[in-house]
Design a protein around this ligand. Structure first.
Ligand SMILES: Nc1ncnc2c1ncn2[C@@H]1O[C@H](COP(=O)(O)OP(=O)(O)OP(=O)(O)O)[C@@H](O)[C@H]1O
Ligand SMILES: [Mg+2]
Length: 400
């Protein structure tokens, strides 16, 4: 069985060191991360999905207690130990109702810690959870409307299935104005709202029953029926729903609205790959630059961010090389401009990748899917970094 992976969130350097030294000595256990603050710790937990987190709690409603509650909601399979210097029964009760499996009094007695960790190690449910599928969450995002985010999300989902990388779930998280279902000409029975409303009862085995099946083979979950339903969905519910979905599909492809609302930020935070869609126009590139600055401020790991250019035409006056050098980011993919086929695809509910007629657009998307799934397509051939000319008036050089 795989090692028990632990993350420790504790403001005290010495306590973290003691826990690390001690539990690393237990066979089958490894510390995969630690942090002195809850915000960084939370991000780490979301990205690494440990088996166990050890969280310091200082009071009834401090950041540690809230973190325990959030982790329990977002990934119930992660065990939580709370450590606290307070023996107050209210704090103990609150910690337990926030999902803590153990309450360890500080200073932590090492034999108590060992016993608690060994109990988790022996838990028969652990192997089952660890053996579950953990699909890849890929999100298409843009902070400029109309650049093709939905087109690329739907085609990528269909392309992944066509190339044999399924099962694939496609989820419309453009909660207010989503149109994935209409792009695919589906009238689904259930929506994202229905899934999150039932989330406590849904398992990886049952989640597919909420999804509509498109002829291409994708399982689709559309946007809520009404703005009121869309508004009722919380970021925490979405995270939980995405966790269940990724235990059921190899890829979960997400379409998002333009811009940074709280729920979209949450989804970006959980995503393995963030495809930021742009086109080679000055307004779109200006927004792309703003978007990358926001990601930088939010400390979103650069490795997860992939810029894709849609409606690419090599005859355009803006060169990809200039964009790359000015942004300090490689362009991961260029999708050709093919308005007629893309539009016909949308109007017939048939993504270009599944249309009977072969097209450059379809070829490009399928190649992109193979690269995404790690099936050795060549890296972008013209990634050479040229020197930007007039684009300099738009972009300042990024500092990392
Ligand atoms: N590669 C392409 N070539 C030509 N036209 C395209 C391409 N990709 C998308 N389009 C067209 O661009 C338009 C907008 O596409 P889409 O709805 O996917 O964008 P979006 O970014 O999701 O927009 P919104 O902000 O409304 O969510 C559509 O009419 C579509 O046909
Ligand atoms: Mg869209």
């Amino acid at each position: 069985m795989k090692n028990l992976r632990i993350i420790v969130i504790d403001s005290d350097d010495l306590t973290r060191k003691t826990i690390r030294t001690h539990v690393s000595g237990i066979a089958g256990v490894e510390i995969i991360g630690e942090s002195s603050d809850t915000t960084t710790g939370h991000r780490m937990i979301r990205q690494q999905k440990p088996d166990l987190v050890v969280i310091e709690v200082g009071g009834l409603d401090d950041a540690g207690m809230r973190l325990a509650g959030d982790v329990h909601q977002e990934s119930p399979q992660t065990a939580i130990f709370v450590t606290s210097a307070h023996k107050n029964p209210d704090i103990i009760l609150k910690a337990m109702s926030s999902g803590a499996k153990e309450f360890l009094l500080r200073p932590i007695e090492l034999h108590v810690l060992t016993k608690a960790v060994e109990k988790i190690l022996r838990d028969p449910a652990r192997g089952e959870e660890r053996g579950r599928l953990r699909g890849r969450l890929i999100t298409f995002f843009s902070n400029k409307g109309g650049v093709g985010t939905t087109t690329l999300a739907t085609n990528t989902a269909a392309g992944l299935v066509k190339e044999g990388f399924g099962p694939v779930g496609l989820v419309d998280l453009d909660l207010q104005l989503g149109n994935v279902a209409s792009f695919l000409d589906l009238s689904p029975k259930y929506t994202v709202y229905d899934l999150v409303a039932q989330i406590e009862k849904v398992s990886p085995e049952t989640v597919d029953s909420f999804m509509a099946r498109h002829a291409s083979g994708i399982s689709v979950l559309p946007e809520p029926r009404t703005p009121a339903e869309a508004e009722a969905i919380t970021p925490q519910q979405l995270t939980r729903a995405l966790e269940v979905l990724r235990s059921s599909y190899n890829f979960v492809v997400i379409d998002t609205p333009k811009g940074f609302d709280e729920r979209t930020l949450e989804v970006l935070d959980c995503s393995d790959d963030i495809f930021v869609v742009s086109e080679l126009s000055l307004p779109a590139l200006r927004n792309l630059k703003k978007c990358l600055d926001v990601f930088h401020d939010l400390q979103i790991n650069k490795d997860r961010i992939r810029i894709v250019i849609n409606r690419y035409d090599p005859r355009g006056v803006i060169r990809v090389e200039d964009v790359q050098s000015n942004l300090g980011f490689e362009v991961y993919w260029k999708f050709p401009n093919d308005f007629l086929r893309v539009m016909n695809g949308i109007n017939t509910g048939t993504p270009v990748v599944t249309a009977p007629e072969e097209s450059e657009a379809a070829k490009s998307i399928l190649q992109f899917c193979r690269k995404l799934a790690g099936k050795g397509e060549e890296e972008f051939s013209d990634a050479a970094r040229g020197r930007g000319g007039y684009l300099k008036r738009l972009f300042g050089k990024r500092e990392d």
